[in-house]
Design a protein. Structure first.
Length: 423
């Protein structure tokens, strides 16, 4: 089977690495891909939202399945584009249709979905620029800290958590009136702050049945001890040590089942991953947000723990026979540490030559922001590379990742030395 993966990050390299192991795979393409995917697949320089070029590629290379990595093309309707095209309609796309992708495309849509299906989440209201004064009044009813969320996609940077009421009002104005996040903050969701510890649960559904994948916890802030600016993720751990059977049962009963059933009741066609961002408050799980694809860098610890042939799993999603699959998981813990460019998540340089990563043999190396330049691998993004290791527990696994990171070199390389510090 010929398969195309859309995307260019660590998530896509991990999916490529896993699909590449399948005897069912004939040829693998990644658009646009990175230096890591280029070693095991054909990179094609096409943007993830360039649907007409994607169509040409799919037809010319006899591609029989498309796996969508990032959220953008899903929210923009790539799955619907295939279904509505006579030449493409029988090619399965792993990822929800546009109507269901609104779960990530609009925070307000997601909140209404949760309220409608009695899924536990923080109390909220949403506001537009014409309702600024009402927004101020709502902020005054809450206790600090104040949570402001741009309604639309803001590349993971549209959530602000502020301690000061006046600052929260000022930021609300900046988001709504000055369009701090462009169209993404034309509507802003204000919600109550939930104090607890975060984790992620990934569900794969074929629109009828579903499988719950391993739990994971990622570390978003740039600085040690979860300080500083938010990033796309500096590292991750799977499974999450504090999730015992009792807590997992609560997640399953109160959140996973109502989510999957809610998609059916609302007629939201879904064949793909549901990423549920959760927070444990006391002994209870609450949903912070939904994403409609795998998380990054959580993919780099979740996918390596799945023993099944991923092509077979995706075929079952396409055929709506996922219930017949017995998901087999590696019992070991997997951890990943992200190597990032100096200056990230603010301004950083690209095109810096890298070395040493090819000397690593007892960890998995997943490229994120890399590319080939004159035959050499160079940096091409803020998050550059993920080093994933297995261990009996997260401390053992992290020890191996950190030992191997010592072999990797590029100018101004940065990483967090405290992944798992709060566990």
């Amino acid at each position: 089977m010929n398969i195309l993966i859309l995307g260019s990050g660590g998530r896509e390299h991990t999916l490529a690495w896993k699909l590449h192991q399948s005897p069912k795979l004939s040829k693998l393409f990644v658009a646009p891909g990175n230096a890591g995917t280029g070693e095991i697949a054909s990179n094609i320089p096409i943007g993830v939202n360039d649907f007409s070029e994607i169509k040409k590629l799919v037809l010319s290379e006899n591609i029989e399945m498309v796996v969508v990595g990032p959220e953008d093309p899903l929210v923009n309707g790539v799955h619907d584009f295939f279904l509505n095209d006579e030449a493409l309609k029988n090619i399965p796309v792993i990822g929800p249709q546009k109507a269901a992708a609104e779960l990530e495309g609009s925070k307000e849509f997601a909140k209404k979905f949760m309220i409608r299906h009695n899924i536990p989440t923080a109390a909220y209201q949403s506001f537009t620029a014409s309702e600024l004064e009402e927004g101020y009044l709502f902020l005054e009813t809450l206790n600090a800290p104040y949570v402001l969320k741009a309604d639309g996609l803001a590349a993971g940077k549209g959530v602000l958590i502020l301690q000061d009421l006046d600052e929260a009002k000022q930021e609300l104005r900046t988001m709504l009136v000055d369009a701090k996040f462009g169209n993404a903050s034309a509507t802003v969701v204000i919600e109550e702050f939930l104090a607890g510890i975060e984790l992620s649960v990934f569900v794969l559904t074929d629109g009828k049945g579903y499988k719950v994948l391993p739990t994971a916890k990622d570390y978003k802030r740039i600085g040690e001890g979860d300080t500083g600016l938010n990033t796309g993720g500096m590292g991750a751990i799977s499974p999450v040590p504090f999730v015992d059977k009792e807590f997992m049962d609560k997640i399953h009963e109160r959140i996973v089942i109502p989510t999957v059933e809610g998609l059916k009741k609302d007629n939201l066609p879904y064949k793909g991953f549901v990423f549920i961002g959760l927070i444990k408050v006391g002994d209870d799980p609450f949903v912070i947000e939904y994403n409609v694809r795998l998380g990054d860098p959580e993919t780099e610890v979740v996918i390596p723990r799945i023993k099944n042939d991923l092509v077979e799993v995706f075929e079952a999603v396409a055929n709506q026979t996922l219930d017949s699959i017995n998901l087999e998981l590696d019992e070991r813990t997997a951890t990943t540490v992200m190597l990032v460019s100096g200056g990230y998540p603010e301004a950083y340089e690209k095109g810096i030559e890298m070395s040493g990563y090819d000397q690593i043999n007892d960890s998995l190396v997943f490229h994120a922001g890399t590319t080939m330049k004159e035959g050499k691998v160079v940096t091409n993004g803020g998050r550059v590379m993920a080093v994933t290791s297995y261990g009996g527990n997260f401390r053992e696994a992290l020890k191996i990742s950190y030992k191997n990171i010592e072999k990797v070199h590029f100018d101004q390389m940065n990483f967090r030395t405290d992944i798992g510090f709060d566990l």
